[in-house]
Design a binder for this molecule. Sequence first.
Ligand code: GDP
Ligand code: GDP
Length: 436
Amino acid sequence: MTKPVVAIVGRPNVGKSTIFNRIVGERVSIVEDIPGITRDRIYSAADWLTHEFNIIDTGGIELSDEPFLEEIKQQAEIAMDEADVIIFLVNGREGITAADEHVAKILYRTKKPVVLAVNKIDNPDMRGLLYDFYSLGMGEPFPISGSHGLGLGDLLDEVAKSFKDIEDIEYGEEVIKFSLIGRPNVGKSSLINAFLGQERVIVSEIAGTTRDAIDTEYSFDGQEYVMIDTAGMRKKGKVYESTEKYSVLRALKAIERSDVVLVVLNAEEGIQEQDKKIAGYAHEAGKGVIIVVNKWDAIEKDEKTMNVMTRKIREHFLFLDYAPIVFVSAKTKQRVHSLLPVVNQVSENHALRVQSSILNEIIEDSIARHPAPTDKGKKLRIYYTTQVAIKPPTFVVFVNEPDMMHFSYERFLENRIREAFDFEGTPIRIITRART
Ligand code: GDP
Ligand code: GDP
């Protein structure tokens, strides 16, 4: 199931990021705990009652070189492109401004549902301020207060009414779904073209999903694949498509629909913060990950270059120590043919189910070699381990005292599991539970 996407649009200072944070709430994000990854979230999972959705704060997509009105126009266009439902936010205390009218005019062009929310209505006495906003022609305005958390329930009820119409293509379990993600200009489109230019690849493009994405379905050597396009990569043009925030947004949507994610780096430019952030999301989403170093033709090399680069990648992407690294050139097609076998292997590992008896033997053997932690005379006892899920492989370890399972011991167990089974390319999750 693909989750619906909600976008918040409006001129600066109406309270978009305040509302965004209210709706998102206190979500724990692994990505943001990774050092060097800053907190400037503009896209997040959220829920309301039984509804799960993703939400975008378009105000966070800054287009700094653009004049003010052009910037809010582009943000509104992003909302119209990316979202299933749009929240148009205005400031009840200031009345309708020219900039609000500007946003409204752009939103008239969309067929997508728009819900008008009037923010900063901090108490019921202020509701009289609402009436002016009917003249925006966006239907009934919903009074809310971001700072006091008022009215959000009614607003989200209205937003959720439009969720039921959203459909998306579902592919079979046996189809490998993968995507290429990365900063603008690392060579994603070129790689896709190099990929699809290979002999014997049978291609059909499925356009016209509700998301305007272009999925490319093909089969090769008896295996079916769907390549999920991230940024309308093969039909670039809009100004905002070259901004990094937008590319992250598109990457997140593609990651969500993929089994395996190819994180593309540019050998010429080296590793940048944004690369880590994008890769961090793939890891956090529990997807299979392959690191692809593109433009390998463009740098000067000797016999050590590949090792040096590998070491650098390992240092910068500590959380991705399981991901294979492939050095390619979309331009000369060097090693492009070797990517698909890696995708196959990673996909298989991502869906690997191991036998409980063998798993428990390995855990027991690990405990014997490296005893579990003790604390004030108490000892962590591990009773039983079982795999509860695939994609990614997830293990539950039943113990006497879950609090005593330290991160380092969990890591040790993970490494032992990795030594025993082939989980290359996939994150694995370990959950510690008290045996009841
Ligand atoms: P954005 O630029 O649209 O993202 O707006 P922000 O979320 O940054 O909010 C702009 C300012 O309005 C901040 O100073 C907020 O504290 C304030 N603000 C946001 N929501 C409310 C509200 O419901 N009531 C009041 N009084 N102030 C608010
Ligand atoms: P995207 O924004 O990630 O989709 O990147 P593009 O595929 O549009 O590539 C950006 C630029 O890098 C273009 O000028 C490409 O010709 C160039 N490029 C892509 N792959 C390679 C490569 O392997 N080697 C070299 N030298 N240039 C490349």
